[in-house]
Design a protein around this ligand. Sequence first.
Ligand code: SAM
Ligand code: SF4
Length: 328
Amino acid sequence: MRDGFGRKIDYLRISVTDRCNFRCQYCMSENMTFMPKSDLLTLEEITLIAERFIGHGVKKIRLTGGEPLVRRDMSDVIQRLGRKVESGELEELTLTTNGSLLSEYADHLAAHNMHRINVSMDTLDPYKFAEITRGAKIDQVLTGIAAARRVGIQVKINMVAVRNFNQDCLLPMAEFCADHGHDLTVIETMPLGDVGADRTFEHIPAEEFIAPLVERYSVSPIAHKSAGPARYMAVEPLGLRLGLITPLSNNFCDDCNRLRLTTDGKIFMCLGHNAHVDLRAAVRNEGIEAVDRLLQKALKLKPLRHDFNAQLDGSADILERHMNVTGG
Ligand code: SAM
Ligand code: SF4
């Protein structure tokens, strides 16, 4: 698949639920309201749509949310899509999770061809962790990560950079990741949805955020590439691979290869734009073949780049859609 600007599209992110057992401050408001369950794609619809996308050339699928592992029938989605990896139709099936339910799921993930996952953890400090997630327990996440490692799953840690909050947590996090063999990715906050806070205070450019690491260690760019938008650096002599995801300070849209299937069955071609097509209604009324037609329409809708900077400085309207709906 190619979009209107000639970019190859082969990476699908699926938000399997908008629900979550955490309430991270940059992602949701404390009193977040979720979609009625009847709006969610069913397990059958998710897998049929994903299989149709695979037929059109999608090679990698990431399951995300919300917290994907809180969805009750998640084991079945993983099992069915895992078979596509086994048959060679899919190169990779992966997951972004807050890690809280990983202990329960690690065996199942490994058994169904999930070899690498991302776990989000913004600090190792239990009090700060409880603060940013509004009440979650870090020990549960650390136990989950250890369970995943025990069954051979590689873990990358996602750390969202929040100004005046977790810059002092970066060195301990980098050292923890190096000790345990995890990659670490630092992500700039993106202005998505009303979370009940002024986002200009939260945002810190990734280059500024990593200053404590640059002061202590040698940090230099490396050529490594992943399916996502991160730029990579080697942190020596720690032996850490550090990724930076910099949607605001260093736009990466030229290489964007992604499309996103939302919890309620819409295809969004960009996290930062509202242009989308609605698959759910079409699939329910016309059958799964509707995906083929709407996918062609969606490819033409993919914008050249997002407008996060304008949304952050107030010159463009902030998107009403929260991160958990489109999937991070
Ligand atoms: N619940 C899972 C988790 O936290 O890993 C998966 C969904 S979450 C929306 C995916 C990623 O998006 C997480 O790494 C999270 O930290 C990040 N995220 C959420 N809201 C964000 C925002 N406004 N800006 C940047 N990253 C955000
Ligand atoms: Fe939940 Fe992930 Fe959003 Fe945190 S970032 S509230 S864990 S969906």
